[in-house]
Design a protein around this ligand. Structure first.
Ligand SMILES: Nc1ncnc2c1ncn2[C@@H]1O[C@H](COP(=O)(O)OP(=O)(O)OP(=O)(O)O)[C@@H](O)[C@H]1O
Length: 389
């Protein structure tokens, strides 16, 4: 997660909680002040402008709820996130009804906390929100390409992104599936909410359910504390299920239910939690073949595959190679802090003729190698001696 900044006030009578939160959030780049109870917190809140307040519920003197009410009288625009310990969850929910931005449970789950704070910061003021939105959209890497294949994808993204339709993105490794998913989110109505990614292939099958749906404390041996799953983290936003073809069948059944009913249950829990999530999935597998081989559920396949975007491999869009080379030369010069190297037309043509694996990273690596090994201008003979051996 990219570092962001802001002033945060932590109000908690437990020193250890203050210390942990302070350490984590300072590391993330926030400026932190601590108050030991509601009274001190209120004084500090009156004296200084904060972007977010993290406030315990049970405290001596002024408690969390009272702080919330008084803080709203002083500055209603500052989001207050309640920290709820054992037995105060209900009060926390009550606090949210009374205007708290959200609550996090003790001990705080780092990811959830940071996402909540980030969202709170985003919502802090309209102008800030607009800025964040702009940054998020412009923060997505450009999709380079003028070929028919890429034009078609850009066109589909424009049409589909503003809807809540599920999208299945297919294509070989490294052709830009994730980039397409990022654009879909960035151009959607959910752009100011989270885009949460899960690489289904990277998570052991016995952990995928807990990763997606969270778990309750003690639900299995290593579940030492409660954990919020990716579906919940993506609530209001987008969940990107990368390598969805590698998901285990039990997890598929649960994902299907979540998509059908808009509800999830944490592993080891019995409470149903409503989630409003747009799912974008990607795979380099032939999912219909996986269905035939009984590795993938046909009903889930149909749920995910409302809109299909197939990203062509580099070999199928060789027209884009000159543009991509140009972009990579620029990026590499910036990364190295050096003047940009040039490349002559014959060298570009030689690279265009080459038979690539289809993975864009391969082309990037080759350009990087040429930048390192060639003189001021990359020539065809550089290409022949360094690349096309
Ligand atoms: N059209 C494009 N223009 C510029 N860069 C691109 C384009 N498509 C992909 N890339 C870059 O190529 C790399 C691979 O893209 P990405 O990770 O989106 O592919 P992927 O298909 O999701 O890969 P994987 O199958 O490994 O998950 C990334 O660094 C990405 O930014």
């Amino acid at each position: 997660m990219a570092k962001i900044s802001g002033n945060i006030l932590i109000i908690d009578d437990e020193r250890s909680i203050r210390k942990t939160l302070n350490e984590i959030l300072s590391y993330e780049g926030f400026k932190i002040d601590e108050a030991v109870d509601g009274e001190e917190g209120l004084k500090m809140f009156t004296d200084k402008a904060y972007d977010v307040v993290l406030c315990d519920i049970k405290m001596p003197k002024i408690d969390g709820l009272e702080f919330l009410v008084k803080a709203a009288e002083i500055n209603p625009d500052v989001p207050v996130i309640m920290i709820s310990g054992h037995g105060t969850i209900e009060t926390a929910v009550d606090a949210v009804k009374k205007g708290a931005y959200d609550y996090v449970a003790k001990p705080p789950d780092l990811n959830r906390l940071l996402i909540t704070i980030r969202n709170a910061l985003d919502k802090n003021s309209l102008s800030r929100e607009a800025k964040v939105l702009r940054k998020k959209v412009s923060g997505v890497q450009e999709m380079i390409g003028d070929s028919d294949g890429i034009k078609k994808i850009k066109d589909t993204v424009e049409k589909v992104a503003p809807t809540d339709a599920r999208v299945l993105i297919t294509g070989e490794n490294g052709v830009g599936k994730e980039l397409v998913a990022r654009w879909l989110h960035a151009k959607s109505k959910r752009a100011d909410q989270n885009l949460i990614e899960v690489n289904c292939a990277a998570i052991p099958s016995e952990l995928i359910e807990s990763e997606l749906f969270g778990h309750e404390k003690g639900s299995f041996t290593s579940a030492i504390k409660q954990r919020i799953g990716k579906f919940e983290l993506a609530n209001g936003g987008t969940l990107f299920l990368d390598e969805v073809g590698d998901m285990s069948l039990p997890a598929q059944a649960k994902v299907l239910r979540a998509l059908q009913e808009g509800k999830i249950t944490r592993v080891g829990g019995d409470k149903e939690i409503n989630v409003d999530v747009r799912v974008i999935a990607a795979t380099n597998k032939d999912l219909l073949q996986e269905v035939e081989d009984k590795n993938f559920r046909i009903d889930l396949y149909h749920r995910l595959n409302v809109i299909l975007i197939n990203v062509p491999s580099l070999n199928e869009r060789k027209d884009d190679i000159p543009l991509l080379i140009d972009k990579f030369l620029e990026d590499i010069a910036t990364d190295y802090g050096q003047a940009r190297k040039e490349i002559d037309a014959n060298a570009v043509a030689a690279l265009q003729r080459h038979s690539w694996t289809g993975n864009i990273r391969e082309l990037r690596n080759v350009v990087e190698r040429l930048v390192i090994l060639s003189g001021k201008t990359i020539t065809e003979s550089d290409v022949t001696s360094h690349v096309l051996i």
